[in-house]
Design a protein around this ligand. Structure first.
Ligand SMILES: [Zn+2]
Length: 135
């Protein structure tokens, strides 16, 4: 039951499973569109935009949701990040494409050697343009 899974997920991250958090998290999990807060509000008009922003901030704080804010549209896009994956971003259209993970062991090892840190996570964005698009 998805609702129970979401409740458990919020609680294991120290958040109360409020209606707003459950609703917004479920929306992000079932829409791989990397929406902005405004786009979420358009689809969930019963929740105020301010509440959506506050809720997203909390979900980002605890690491369930990530922000992608490197697009040319200068907007913050949100993404459920339960399953780490990398993003391929079309620099011209700002389309964000999810891609399955690959073996990042070498990257982690290089990062560990460069920093001395134990690597606990990563977030990769790859940029590109279509074969017939100018840069
Ligand atoms: Zn994604």
């Amino acid at each position: 039951m998805i609702n129970q899974t979401l409740r458990d997920m919020l609680q294991s991250h120290g958040l109360k499973a409020t209606f707003q958090r459950l609703t917004i998290l479920e929306y992000l999990m079932t829409h791989e569109t990397h929406p902005t807060a405004e786009m979420i509000h358009d689809n969930l008009p019963s929740i105020s935009l301010a509440t959506i922003y506050n809720t997203l901030d909390k979900l980002v704080d605890v690491g369930i949701v990530i922000v992608i804010d490197t697009l040319k549209d200068d907007k913050r896009h949100y993404d459920y990040y339960g399953e780490p994956h990398y993003h391929i971003i079309n620099s011209n259209t700002s389309e964000i494409i999810d891609a399955d993970n690959f073996d990042v062991t070498q990257l982690f090892e290089a990062a560990r050697q460069a920093s001395g840190l134990n690597i606990t996570g990563f977030h990769i964005e790859v940029y590109g343009v279509g074969p017939n698009q100018a840069k």
